[in-house]
Design a protein. Structure first.
Length: 202
């Protein structure tokens, strides 16, 4: 009987020791900013993060705080930006096999825009020539004491409108040249990086 009781006692002591080794505490901060040590974390404080400690007070695990809506939004935006960059990089590598290819494409693009500008300037010269002719006809009618024909006045107004339209077109194309040049600098640097990265991986 004594031997049986001793066996039960030893088993109980072993169980208690094992429980003590497995027991863990939780350290968290409550809604008053006070650090609390307990055997559980209340559900309302779980999202703030907490630490898991062993029976000796050593930190076994750190559970980080749940991200805020702002942090989640920033993470989404960063992932979207990375996806856009990957798409841009893929397109860049598909279009150009070297920086020299990009240089030639850039030169062609600028030449096309410059050609449109020169064409618009030529059209302005033609419109102005037509306008001078109309003004001369109007002056003849005025000197003769006649009222200027409505058709002439209408054509003069149209010439002014057309000149203004062409001047806006030229201004837009000149701005486009600046944007193309700025984009080219970025694209060339990015292409060089990507080609170099590919070379180092191969």
């Amino acid at each position: 009987m004594l031997r049986s009781f001793s066996g039960v006692l030893v088993g109980l002591l072993i169980s208690v020791a094992a429980y003590g080794q497995q027991a863990q505490l939780y350290r968290y901060v409550d809604d008053k900013g006070v650090t609390v040590l307990g055997n559980r974390v209340p559900p309302e404080f779980v999202s703030r993060g907490y630490e898991v400690l062993d029976s000796n007070g050593r930190v076994r695990e750190v559970i980080p705080a749940a991200p805020t809506p702002e942090e989640l939004q920033a993470t989404r935006e960063a992932r979207e930006a990375q996806a856009r960059q990957r798409q841009s990089d893929t397109a860049l590598l598909r279009l150009y096999s070297s920086q020299a290819d990009l240089d030639r494409a850039h030169a062609r693009q600028l030449a096309q825009i410059e050609s449109l500008i020169q064409s618009a300037r030529g059209e302005i010269d033609g419109v102005q020539d037509r306008r001078e002719e109309l003004q001369q006809r109007a002056a003849v009618q005025e000197r003769a004491g006649r009222e200027i024909d409505a058709q002439i006045l209408q054509e003069l107004a149209h010439a002014d409108d057309e000149t203004e339209r062409l001047e806006r077109l030229i201004e837009a194309k000149q701005l486009e040249i600046k944007e193309v040049r700025a984009s080219f600098v970025h694209q060339r640097a990015r292409l060089g990086y990507l080609l170099g990265a590919n070379d180092s991986e191969s």
